[in-house]
Each structure stands twice: as structure tokens, then as C-alpha cells.
Design a protein around this ligand. Structure first.
Ligand SMILES: Cc1ncc(COP(=O)(O)O)c(C=O)c1O
Length: 357
């Protein structure tokens, strides 16, 4: 009953097998390996973007921070949602890698900003002069940090506001595959066709051991990214092991099937919670995350049965008055089992054996 994060999941056997295969013999280092050529070709084909530049790094923070640094000058502002991962969870890496760009937060229900809210912020930006931070770029997240999802049309509407102010657009796709499969659109529709310039394509939350791609749709930016990745200490020498993970993940739709599985488990969880007296779903589920309010007694029973998940918002903590529900974040992954969900729901309801952990 592990619902803390999709990062807590293991790695599917196809990825382990690919790593073992890549381990044989010698291979060119620093991204010159043949598997990287395969990854690049596959991503270009999947995204219908034959000229896109594709790079691999090991963490989502590196993917985001290096992407932002490539598009935003040190004196620029990155417009993002108030609860964006780049704002709340990257220890200032975006500011560090951009050389001091300012993150400007925009509010919005369920982790999503709206075009009018973005327009108001941009229109209200101080007049352009030497004393002011300049408008830099827009960064969106899909799935959002509240588990909701932007449709391609919503991304396009936000990107067109950004574009009208001359700003490029970054998409943090740590859970891109979850968003894509839930939406049922193509990778191109969710990115460059909607106005996205650079994508952090997350692999780790969706089955990889530690690999994320950066997809830059305008190859003119590629060299700068390469220099920044090396200078930032994120160019792997034994790169073939990053490439091997991605190549296997993209083969036979594995990446999509893993995400579909995680989303289906979240749907099962959501369905069960809807039948729990006193429980309330917080946001419209976009993929593999469920945000809910649980009655304290149900929460205590689940904890006693060994269920693991985080209170949300995080500052809320574990304790509170009996009469007040607790907000929680429940994340499923490719290896979440149906039985785990059913056991968790039974524990919340106070049914059956609550001892197993
Ligand atoms: C929205 C989002 N972006 C990026 C990341 C990547 O973070 P990390 O640097 O931990 O791989 C995460 C992981 O929690 C995330 O939730």
C-alpha cells in the first residue's frame, strides 16, 4: 500500500534487461553511443519533429533547470504556477542554472493557471527598463503538481498569451506520459503544435532507473544546451546506460503502457474513494495522482494497516482535530497492484484484515 510517489516504484524487467545488454563490451562515451542515435530517432519520430534536439540527463531537476537556463537570461522572469515543482521543490536550481532569473508565481485552482491570469501578470509586469527584471519565459507542468491535466487546447491558449509577449514556453513533463495517455492525443499535439519550445520528458516516475530527456524543438538552441549540460556537470560519461533505459522504454509502446497502467490504478483508487463515507476528492484527476480529504478515523485505520502516503498540502502535517478531515496525496505507479488498492480501501472503510503492511 505504497502511494507516496511514483518515484518509489521499481524498474520493469525490460529496462533491467536493456541495461544488462548495454553492459556488454565497449561503447563511445558522452552521448556518442549508438543507442543514443536510436533514442534521438525514436523521439523525433514520435514527436513528428525531425529536427528536434534530444538530450538525456539523470534528474528532472536538471532537465528543468538546464532547459530554463537555455531559454531565459539571468535578468529574465520565469512565469510559473505557485505550486510548480521548479518553484517549490528544486532548491533554487532554476535560479542557480539561469544565473539568477526570477520565478514569478501565478495562482490558479488545481495547479493550473488560466490565460487571463497569465495575461494580467504579463500586462502588469513593470515597464521594460534597465531597473526591472525582464519578461523571460513561461513554464507549465503536465500533469500538474495537483494531479490535474492541461489539454493541448489549454496549453495552446497559455502559449499564445506568452507568445504575444515574445516569450518562449517550457513544459515540465515529469509525468508527460501519464498526461498524454489520459488525454489520448499525440506527443506533437501536447507540445510543439500547442506552442511548447522545450520539453522535460520524464522517464524516472514512469519506470526508468534514472533518465529524463530534454526535447528542444528549435535545433538552433541545441549547442547552448549542450554547453550548459556539460558545464553543469550533467553530461554522463557512461551515457550508454541512460540511452539504454530510454531506448527500451520507447520500444513497443512500453512508456505508454506503463503510464496507462498507473493511470488505471489511480482510477480504481478514485472510484473506491468515491464510495467512502466522509471522503472528498479535491481536484479533477488528470492521470496517476489522486488528491482527497479523508475522515481522520479512516486515515488512522489506513496508517495502522501500514498504508504509506503524504498529507497534502505538505505543511498540513499528520495531526489534527478528529472532526477535521485530512488532505492527502495518493500516487500510483506502473507497479501498483490492484490488490494493494483494494486492501487500502478496505482499511479506510474498516473492513477485513488490517494488520498486513
Ligand atoms: C512536476 C515535477 N517535475 C520535476 C520532477 C523531477 O524531480 P527530480 O529532480 O527529483 O527527478 C518532479 C519529481 O518529483 C516533479 O513532480
Amino acid at each position: 500500500m505504497h502511494f507516496t510517489s511514483d518515484n518509489a516504484s521499481g524498474v520493469p524487467e525490460q529496462i533491467i534487461a536493456a541495461l544488462a545488454r548495454a553492459n556488454a563490451g565497449f561503447a563511445p562515451s558522452y552521448g556518442a553511443d549508438a543507442l543514443m542515435d536510436e533514442v534521438r530517432a525514436r523521439i523525433r519520430a514520435l514527436f513528428e519533429a525531425p529536427r528536434a534536439a534530444v538530450y538525456l540527463v539523470a534528474t528532472g531537476t536538471a532537465a528543468n533547470a538546464l532547459s530554463l537556463a537555455t531559454y531565459c537570461p539571468p535578468w529574465g522572469a520565469v512565469y510559473c504556477h505557485r505550486i510548480a515543482h521548479i518553484e517549490e521543490d528544486e532548491c533554487g536550481a532554476p535560479e542557480f542554472y539561469t544565473g539568477g532569473a526570477k520565478l514569478v508565481k501565478i495562482d490558479g485552482e488545481g495547479g493550473k493557471m488560466t490565460p487571463p491570469a497569465l495575461e494580467v501578470r504579463l500586462a502588469a509586469a513593470a515597464p521594460v527598463g534597465v531597473h526591472n527584471v525582464q519578461k523571460g519565459m513561461l513554464s507549465l507542468t503536465n500533469l500538474t503538481e495537483a494531479g490535474t491535466r492541461y489539454s493541448p487546447a489549454e496549453i495552446a491558449a497559455l502559449a499564445s498569451v506568452a507568445r504575444a509577449h515574445g516569450l518562449p514556453v517550457h513544459l515540465d513533463g515529469a509525468r508527460f506520459a501519464n498526461a498524454l495517455t489520459a488525454e489520448g492525443c499525440t506527443p506533437a499535439e501536447m507540445t510543439w503544435r500547442a506552442g511548447v519550445d522545450v520539453l522535460s520528458l520524464g522517464g524516472t516516475k514512469n519506470g526508468l532507473m534514472g533518465a529524463e530527456a530534454v526535447v528542444i524543438f528549435d535545433p538552433a538552441r541545441a549547442w547552448e544546451f549542450e554547453l550548459r549540460r556539460k558545464r553543469g556537470g550533467h553530461l554522463f560519461s557512461k551515457h550508454r546506460f541512460l540511452s539504454a533505459q530510454f531506448a527500451a522504454w520507447l520500444e513497443d509502446d512500453l512508456w505508454l503502457n506503463l503510464a496507462r497502467r498507473a493511470n488505471a490504478m489511480a482510477a480504481r483508487l478514485e472510484g473506491g474513494l468515491a464510495g467512502l463515507p466522509g471522503a472528498r476528492l479535491r481536484f479533477a484527476r488528470g492521470g496517476n495522482m489522486v488528491f482527497a480529504e479523508l475522515p481522520r478515523k479512516a486515515h488512522a485505520r489506513a496508517r495502522a494497516a501500514g498504508a504509506q502516503y503524504y498529507p497534502w498540502p505538505p505543511e498540513q502535517g499528520e495531526d489534527g482535530p478528529e472532526t477535521q478531515p485530512i488532505g492527502v496525496r495518493l500516487v500510483t505507479s506502473w507497479c501498483t497492484g490492484e490488490a494493494d488498492i483494494d486492501r487500502f480501501l478496505a482499511a479506510l472503510k474498516g473492513e477485513g484484515d488490517q494488520k498486513a503492511g
